[in-house]
Design a protein. Structure first.
Lengths: 88, 177, 934
């Protein structure tokens, strides 16, 4: 069972986390025309990288969304990047 | 259309569970308030300047727990108006009826907690939010190293008691063998 | 001559005799015996029958490496299947039976199967028993294929205990190396846990039988034990490390006694020291499966730990330098030992159930016992679980752990360090450098491997009866990778998971293929290392704690009122009330609600607050409908879509203020909606200007619905004016009840005027009682979920997930305007214009009418059409009830082109029977909304 680093809470058991998607999926601006192909890419296309992969995860326990770079083969956690600002 | 009255037993009014090395009781704080927003503003609104995480030892009846980067739970704090406080930029919600609070005490208190959550006094965490056997819970140390409090959603109170009876039995027995 | 107990020695307690039976005969042993050691001490040799050929078998090993002696055990009233005799501690009163043998292991009725072995090789069931049909033979073969018998009575109190545990160093294995390393680290101030799977620490020291650091094994072990404890280290015996999982999580199974489920420790170790030792591997030779053929290690283990001499006339056949030590010990215990060099030529065991001798390279030696050692195999399973690589060492003829990993090292025999002094030095070095391998050359071995093509039947996997010929057959049929070899022959798939068969199998295949051993490689090692009961993983994931329901604050009140509670959307809620049958109760509640009023507990409805300067723009984006224009004090019904345009949830949203909204989503979707809102909040919004608070648990809600609802709520003593002009449908008011805030929303799920009153949980009991009292005099009373389902269906109000499915979009439900008109972006917007979303044949929400006397349509029935001579489904009946108020059955459905086919007849097909129904509007009651707005 893996240990993942939530940028706020620190290291927690993987059961507290939920995979939220791959980094880099920007929502097309739907107030302008979006082709079927572009919308389909947004909804369905995944890179499914072997090795280092940049992913968005949610620490469900505190509901913070963040970026985690993981090696999908060795299960090593390579990097964590907070998407939230530090509290003021 | 199925009558499940017998399948789900009537909730028992358990106020205290006492075992060797372990006591679990339910307590009812006067007030609990969830506040979201910048920390300085929260301090200003509540007059409390510190929010606790794990495994810091809290004391007193009035205290603040850190739930998230931008959220706290105030226990027995001041009576604040519910809703959006535009001046301070705070979202305030009364949650007095929203959580069931339990106190776990004794030599086996930590062993009991570790049967539901992977808490470790050597691994601090700024947030008190945890999963306790799958239930969303807040877990923190209160007053001394062998006393803890745990909050679960009030609709899971019965689930917690059922679980606690079984886990407490196991923890207490483990200590004596 | 078979086994016997010697007068002294061993760890058993001769002052505590225990009685047991095996295959119906009574025997006695001592406290500290395993079933296997006790049977050997009683001279019992034949302890089982092999899986396929039913050949008589005795024990090969003394611990988890034994593949042969598997017993069903009865103790008091409980029966436990498939217990390994070598790892089951003897308990007084045990009644053991060999599995796979009848009436006993000694005289088995199916022994004759062995005569047919030529037709029962690997994978025979793929090729034989084909004509006239496999089905003819299958039942008989399947009956013979299992191992053990399952008693259908459950064992009372068999519940695992599970806990999270952690330490800096976990030392796995309490032998010489493990004890030394643990002591050194504990005394250096490290937080260590030492585990060993035996009840007594010491590992191989008892069978080695020599002094260690000048002391007897028992004295030395006791010193280490004491020192470790004094230095603050934790020791757990009878505890097996059964698997290593990601990020150094180790699964430990702690034995709590025979009739009790083991305890699971989920041990997170910063560093792991693997001191798991090594096993004797078998030598592959003709008739190598006979009773009385054991490993050298086993014989010395039975002697050292249990005080049992396994035979009197022993032939010791080996190819390595360690076996010589054993001979001296066995002689000292009173056996005659002849050493045979296994490299001298082909070996064959002589005799059947009783060994008479062994032939090595043409020379015959008389014996009653053969001890074989083909070399030591380090136990590296946990190393492989953790992802470590293995290196092949020619000088040891074994796979050893490869380069050290971060967070894990191997020491001692597990690391290929077989010499005692070197192992102790290696163990001590763990403290300083995290481990440095010390290599010497005190162990010499001449590898002897299985010879494909050799004569005689030679066993590779004892438990699954896989022979060398089976490996040759696999190679002939091109199942040459070790993973294919394993699955095709079932080699290594039995309960010993290849501990005694993996090496022989892969080396035989390497030899056939002309490949080197490292090239051939091993199969994947997976947890658990030894069989563990499923209960170990279950713990409190059972019964009511597996998936607990949410409970209502008013549950006691409902039960007292005679409610039949049921599971609805994750909550335990009243289905109906009273002593009547469900049908009668529901009818009565419906009638009452339409005539006077119904009072029901709607506390599970979500109350999620969205607050902040960006709240308005946010909810306008989240909802399909336009929310921006909602005024404070007003309520709007809306849908939340997924990005694929599918309706995820419906509900109402109220505006409390310019920067404050309350979302009242359906009760089963609260957690999902909350998560969804938080995800969008942090994705593309400024979280400092927008907050989402789920306050559902803090508020309890009671709804009063019906023509007399207004009269009833007026009794609450609030200062509100409930007249319809001042308090119209789809608005709400904030007020006070019992000195605490209350919100009254005029929202309806029934089609009659309804008031949802939300108060803090502490006030709800008084609220309920006040409303019941007020309602009682007007003919109103409590209604449950079942009646509510009928009432809402009469009005055509849908239930998400029941009247919608994974493809339903808002325009299918008759809500098409936002799709056409809403300018602002919203979740799912683009998907509503995909090709699929624009198909003309989409399934649309409709009502179905049938003649009164016909009875309701079955829910789930298909609406069908005939096209090109085939019957095709064009829709589904989603809800169907007998409506007491309308006096006829009503139904709701999703149907292709439903809107276009209004008024037409449609065929309904269910379990082969057809009926006709008429397509109608889903709203059967008061389409003008007079009752709703009253």
């Amino acid at each position: 069972m893996q240990l993942f680093p939530c940028p706020f809470c620190g290291l927690r058991d993987e059961r507290e986390f939920h995979f939220a998607g791959e980094v880099g999926k920007t929502r097309p601006k739907t107030s302008e025309p979006v082709s079927d192909a572009d919308w389909n890419t947004y909804l369905n296309t995944q890179r499914n990288e072997k090795g280092a992969a940049r992913e968005i995860w949610c620490h469900v326990t505190c509901q913070e969304y963040f970026v985690m770079e993981r090696d999908t083969v060795s299960m090593d956690v390579l990097e964590t990047v907070a998407l939230r600002k530090e509290p003021s | 259309m199925r009558n499940d009255n017998l399948r789900w037993a009537v909730p028992v009014e358990h106020k205290v569970l006492e075992l060797s090395g372990l006591t679990i009781r339910q307590i009812k704080p006067e007030r609990m308030t969830v506040i979201s927003g910048p920390f300085r503003a929260i301090t200003k609104a509540t007059g409390i300047d510190r929010a606790f995480g794990w495994p810091e030892v809290l004391d007193g009846d009035t205290y603040m727990l850190r739930l998230r980067r931008d959220r706290v739970l105030v226990v027995d704090g001041p009576d604040l108006a519910d809703g959006w406080n535009a001046e301070l930029g705070l979202a305030i919600s009364d949650m007095t009826g929203g959580y069931a609070v339990f106190e776990i005490e004794g030599a086996e208190a930590l062993a009991f907690l570790r049967r539901g959550a992977s808490v470790d006094v050597r691994t601090p965490s700024p947030s008190v939010n945890r999963l306790f056997h799958g239930l969303a819970a807040m877990i923190y140390t209160w007053r001394d190293q062998s006393r803890f409090r745990i909050h679960v959603a009030s609709h899971m109170q019965e689930a917690f008691w059922t679980l606690a009876r079984n886990l407490a039995g196991a923890a207490s027995e483990h200590a004596t063998t | 001559m078979t086994g016997s107990r010697i007068d002294s020695g061993g760890l058993i307690d001769r002052a505590k005799p225990l009685g047991f039976s095996f295959d119906g005969r009574a025997y006695s042993g001592y406290s500290g015996d395993t079933l296997a050691s006790a049977l050997l001490a009683n001279g019992v040799r034949v302890m089982g029958r092999s899986f396929k050929y039913h050949r008589p078998r005795g024990v090969w090993g003394a611990w988890f490496d034994d593949p042969n002696a598997i017993f069903g055990i009865r103790l008091a009233d409980d029966e436990f299947p498939n217990c390994p005799a070598t790892t089951t501690q003897l308990v007084d009163g045990m009644q053991a039976r060999a599995v796979n043998a009848w009436p006993s292991a000694k005289f088995d009725i199916k022994a004759g199967l062995d005569l047919f072995h030529r037709w029962l090789g690997a994978g025979f069931y793929y090729k034989t028993f084909m004509w006239p049909g496999w089905g003819l033979f299958e039942p008989a073969i399947r009956r013979m294929a299992g191992l053990g018998h399952l008693d259908l009575n459950t064992v009372a109190g068999y519940v695992s205990d599970q806990l999270h545990d952690s330490c800096d160093f976990l030392v796995i294995g309490g032998g010489a190396a493990g004890l030394t390393a643990a002591r050194a680290m504990a005394e250096a101030g490290q937080d260590i846990v030492l585990i060993d799977d035996h009840p007594e620490l010491g590992g191989g020291l008892y069978r080695r039988g020599l002094a260690i650091e000048g002391e007897t094994p028992q004295v030395w072990i006791a010193s280490q034990h004491k020192a470790i404890r004094q230095a603050g280290g934790r020791i757990m015996t009878s505890t097996t490390g059964f698997g290593i999982f990601d990020h150094n999580l180790v699964g430990l199974a702690e034995d709590r006694g025979f009739s009790r489920a083991p305890r699971l420790h989920r041990m997170r170790a910063s560093r792991i020291v693997m001191a798991t030792g090594a096993l004797d591997r078998p030598i592959t030779f003709a008739n190598n499966d006979r009773p009385g053929i054991m490993s050298v290690e086993a014989a010395t283990e039975y002697l050292g730990r249990y005080g049992v001499l396994v035979g009197r006339h022993i032939a010791l056949v080996s190819n390595n330098s360690f076996a010589g030590q054993a001979a001296a010990q066995l002689r000292a215990a009173g056996a005659e030992v002849t050493g045979c060099d296994a490299t001298q030529g082909p070996i064959r065991a002589l005799g059947g159930k009783h060994l008479s001798g062994v032939e090595v390279g043409g020379k015959r030696y008389g014996c009653d016992t053969i001890l074989a050692s083909g070399g030591l195999t380090p136990i590296v399973h946990l190393w492989r679980h953790a992802g470590g690589k293995l290196n092949w060492r020619d000088d040891l003829a074994a796979f050893v752990p490869g380069n050290p990993m971060e967070g894990m090292i191997a020491i001692g025999a597990a690391n290929g360090t077989f010499d005692m002094d070197e192992a102790l030095a290696e163990a001590r070095s763990v403290v300083k450098s995290g481990g440095a391998s010390v290599r010497g050359d005190h162990y010499s071995i001449t590898p002897i491997w299985p010879k494909p093509g050799a004569k005689g039947r030679q066993w590779i996997d004892f438990q699954h009866d896989v022979t060398l010929k089976d490996v040759e057959q696999a190679a002939r049929e091109n199942f040459v990778s070790v993973e294919h070899l394993k699955r095709y022959t079932t080699l290594g798939m039995a309960s010993d998971q290849g501990k005694t068969s993996n090496m022989a199998g892969l080396v035989a295949m390497a030899s056939i293929q002309g490949k080197s051993i490292p090239e051939t490689g091993t199969t994947t090692f997976r947890p658990p290392f030894v069989p563990v009961p499923l209960e170990l993983y279950r713990g409190q994931n059972r019964g009511h704690t597996r998936n607990p329901l949410k409970r209502l604050p008013l549950e006691a009140v409902h039960r007292a009122a005679g409610a039949a509670m049921g599971e609805y959307g994750g909550w335990l809620r009243p289905g109906w009330y009273g002593e009547k049958s469900a049908e009668d109760a529901i009818r009565a509640e419906c009638a009452m609600a339409r005539k006077a009023a119904g009072i029901f507990d709607s506390s599970p409805l979500g109350k999620i607050e969205v607050m902040g300067p960006d709240a308005e723009a946010f909810v306008n984006f989240i909802y399909y409908n336009t929310i921006r224009t909602l005024k404070p004090g007003a309520i709007r019904y809306g849908f939340m879509l997924t990005e694929r345009g599918i309706v995820y949830d419906d509900g109402v949203i109220s505006r409390l203020g310019p920067q404050r909204f309350v979302i009242s989503c359906s009760s089963s979707h609260v957690d999902g909606v909350n998560a969804n809102l938080e995800a969008w909040r942090q994705d593309g919004n400024d979280p400092d200007r927008l907050f989402v608070h789920d306050t559902t648990a803090n508020w309890a809600t009671v709804t009063v619905t019906g023509p007399k609802a207004r009269e009833i709520v007026a009794e609450l003593g609030t200062d509100l004016d409930f007249s319809p002009d001042n308090f119209p449908h789809m608005t709400f008011r904030e007020t006070v009840f019992l000195g605490a805030p209350a919100r009254i929303a005029r929202v309806s799920f029934t089609g009659d005027a309804s008031y949802e009153i939300s108060v803090p949980v502490a006030s709800v009991e008084t609220l309920w009682k006040t409303l019941i009292a007020a309602g009682g005099s007007l003919g109103a009373g409590p209604v449950g979920l079942e009646a509510l389902s009928v009432l809402r269906a009469e009005k055509g109000y849908l239930i998400i997930g029941k009247d919608t499915d994974g493809e339903t979009m808002p325009h299918d439900l008759g809500f098409g305007i936002p799709r056409l008109k809403k300018q602002a972006e919203y979740v799912g917007d683009r998907s509503l214009y995909s090709e699929v979303a624009q198909l003309e044949t989409r399934r649309q929400f409709v009502g179905l009418a049938v003649p009164e006397r016909a009875g309701p349509l079955p829910t789930g029935a298909h609406l069908v059409d005939t096209r090109d001579g085939r019957t095709v489904s064009i829709g589904i009946v989603t809800s169907s009830y007998d409506s007491p108020c309308l006096g006829k059955p009503i139904a709701l459905a999703l149907m292709e082109c439903g809107q276009e086919r209004m008024g037409e007849q449609v065929t309904v097909l269910h379990l082969g029977e057809t009926r006709m129904a008429q397509v109608t509007s889903p709203c059967f009651l008061d389409p003008a909304g007079e009752r709703l707005n009253a």
